[in-house]
Design a protein around this ligand. Structure first.
Ligand code: NOJ
Ligand code: CA
Length: 511
């Protein structure tokens, strides 16, 4: 097998604050992750990606980094992270960190120094500009959240505005300054030298800016600038990240968060195989509705854009910013069918922790809302045991539990062979055992209205995956054996050539 792990493997995203708290402060920690590595090995994933664990004032729950080369005491110590990496590697699990190059915290020493004086040696590490003639912000750019705010904040110390595509506490770095680039390369070296297997790169498309800082075109006025930003200078910087990562042994991997509203430019982030190894295609990936036509279009669109350049797709159906599968698609049956698609499409699946339990987003009462971007629901804590504190060292985690936490706990679902948890495990095992599912070709097949069907193939190994998006059974002619069914029905037997509502099957074709 010559394909690198990040092509054949499955990445499991952990939102550390919500995974497992072991010291009773209500926030998940590195020790909590370490204690559950056996669960992940049992489940059958290949890598974990940790949302940021660096020191942070937590205005954006870690995506506001105050020190890129340490661990926030809330999560543990650098030693704990080293131990987590060692113990993950011992279980053949790779470890990815979440690198946030677009912005720092306003408490990062770089920004504290930059803000001090116009003459600061770090002034130019961020985007400082004079007010517009009317005293307002330098341009019309809007931040991503809270909704509607300007992307500029006035700083009375020096009488200038600074740019922030997110919160005012997340000032944007100025990557045209070579000192910024060098300092950030040092950060990458720091972690790669410690044995980290790669990075998820936060809003990678945001880092290069049009130096003229022009207003948005009129149709796009009011849309957060970060969803529109696309600059050639970003690609030059990404090539530098790739050279740096590829100089290390052991297939280090860079996966970029590319989130662009209109331009459909995510394929550019692969460059000529000299930029990112993988790139998320957002928001399309997490926005596709429960409709056969929408999925057909999505699969065809990804192939049409990536195949010609030899780039490898990713599939991500949820994360810490978007609703969970069950909340988005509306039922457990659909969440199960979505699991079948996620793990059988051509490309690297990213599985958000808790999807294997079929969790729904939590209801967050007004007095417990924390996230300025309104994303608390999908960040609810993971229930590990049925009763009491669900395995957490506290009765009151930082966010409320998801619905039916006890019934959805790992303990309960593990004891039930028919649960969604076991479905995930069977799918992961099947994928691991099949070259066609891991690396084979994909072809959309003709099927009756309401059914999405595709074939995965490598040499003489052929699989058909069929998903019924309709609310009635549909006849569907394929000869073969059902190896996995989203509801478990008929596994190990000949395909009955009929698909139930919201049912998905993986059928081994007869040779
Ligand atoms: C994308 C991250 O996924 C999100 O959680 C964060 O708020 C923004 N980038 C800003 O870093
Ligand atoms: Ca804790």
């Amino acid at each position: 097998m010559t394909a690198p792990w990040w092509k054949t493997g499955v990445v499991y995203q952990i939102y550390p604050r919500s995974f497992l708290d072991t010291n009773g402060d209500g926030v998940g920690d590195l020790e909590g992750i370490r204690r559950r590595l056996d669960h992940l090995a049992w489940l059958g994933v290949d890598a974990i990606w940790l949302s940021p664990v660096f020191p942070s004032p937590m205005k954006d729950f870690g995506y506001d980094v105050a020190d890129y080369c340490d661990v926030d005491p809330l999560f543990g110590t650098l030693g704990d992270l080293d131990r987590l990496v060692t113990e993950s590697h011992a279980r053949n699990l790779k470890v990815l960190l979440d690198w946030v190059p677009n912005h720092t915290s306003d408490q990062h020493p770089w920004f504290v120094e930059s803000r001090r004086a116009r003459t600061s040696p770090k002034r130019d590490w961020y985007w400082w500009r004079d007010p517009a003639p009317d005293g307002g912000p330098p341009n019309e750019w809007k931040a991503a959240f809270p909704a509607g705010i300007d992307a500029w904040t006035f700083d009375s110390t020096t009488g200038q505005y600074y740019l922030h595509q997110f919160l005012p506490e997340q000032p944007d770095l100025n990557w045209t300054n070579p000192d910024v680039m060098r300092a950030m390369h040092d950060v990458l070296h720091f972690w790669l030298d410690r044995g980290i297997d790669g990075f998820r790169i936060d809003v990678v498309h945001g880092i290069g800016k049009d130096p003229a800082l022009p207003d948005e075109i009129p149709e796009w006025r009011g849309i957060p600038h970060v969803a529109l930003n696309e600059q050639p200078s970003t690609h030059e910087l990404v090539r530098g990240f790739r050279r740096l990562a590829d100089a290390y042994p052991g297939d280090r991997m860079l996966v970029g968060e590319v989130f662009q509203l209109f331009s459909q430019t995510h394929e550019r982030y692969f460059g000529a195989n000299d930029e990112l190894h993988l790139a998320f295609d957002l928001p399309a990936s997490v926005a596709t509705l429960w409709e056969e036509a929408a999925w057909r279009e999505r699969i065809a669109n990804v192939a049409a854009r990536l195949d010609p350049i030899g780039a490898w797709p990713t599939w991500v159906l949820s994360n810490h910013d978007t609703p969970r599968h069950r909340s988005r698609f509306g039922s457990e049956a659909r969440a199960r069918a979505a699991a079948v698609m996620l793990l059988t499409l051509r490309g690297t699946p990213f599985l958000y922790a808790g999807e294997e339990l079929g969790l729904e987003d939590a209801e967050i009462p007004a007095d417990r809302r924390l996230d300025p971007g309104g994303r608390d629901g999908c960040r609810a804590p993971i229930p590990w045991t049925v009763g009491g504190t669900h395995g957490w060292a506290t009765a009151r985690p930082w966010l409320p539990w998801p619905p039916d936490a006890g019934e959805r706990s790992l303990e309960r679902l593990r004891a039930d062979e028919t649960s969604i948890l076991h479905l995930y495990r069977r799918l992961l095992a099947l994928r691991r055992s099949s070259a066609a599912l891991r690396e084979g070709s994909i072809a959309l097949l003709d099927a009756p209205d309401g059914i999405l069907a595709y074939e995965r193939r490598a040499d003489d190994e052929r699989w058909v995956v069929a998903v019924n998006f309709a609310s009635e059974p549909i006849a569907h002619a394929v000869a073969g054996t059902v190896v996995v069914a989203s509801d478990g029905a008929g596994e190990g037997r000949a395909y009955r050539r009929i698909l139930g509502p919201d049912q998905a099957v993986v059928v081994r074709r007869e040779r």
